[in-house]
Design a protein around this ligand. Sequence first.
Ligand code: 5RP
Length: 226
Amino acid sequence: MNPKENAARKALELIQSGMILGLGTGSTAERFVRALAEEVAKGLTVVGIPSSKETEELAISLGIPLSTLEEHGKVDLTVDGADEVDPSFNLIKGLGGALVREKILASVSRGMAVIVDSSKLTDRLGSRSPVPVEVIPYGVAPCRRKLEEMGASVALRLAGSAPFVTDNGNQVLDARFKQIPDPAGLESQINDIPGVVGNGLFIGMADTVIVGTEEGATVKRKGDRG
Ligand code: 5RP
């Protein structure tokens, strides 16, 4: 089976009836939502809180009951994909554009399980992926200059020939850094730029990483050896 499918299906083992679930965004998270819907159809009772309009529409179409962060102050578990995962379970997320809502959900979740294939594992964050930075439209040019002053090569994300627009009505600058020696420091430094709404560095948020392969999936929990 497909590695992303295997990771997504393995995540079902973490789900219990009665849970409030954060539902991520992206192709791996979509596989999880579809697999979850099969369990809901068989009688699993969960409530999902989606991280994007795309996931919301998918979950509704599949019959997963949904709620909001107004109704629930805490989420039991968020299951989401990632673009890079380092050995400390720090992440780069947001190539799908839902980084700000995904980070809000993760921040109120008791647990965050990341579902990936092995291509997402990296020794050092930033080795393949840029850091997505969501910026209000008025601030795009100054934010871009600030990120460049910080050493990044920056590209405005496009959807066709127009700027990509997030669910929050903002734009995304993809900032590629040669090295990220201090991911937590960089996360704060980027967030301090006026106009920045959030960035795709998720530091200390994930506690479980599920790595799918063609044959199956491995569950790694924070603190496990090896
Ligand atoms: C969306 C994300 C995705 O989780 C990330 O881009 C991984 O996507 P995929 O599962 O399609 O590889 O952060 O904002």
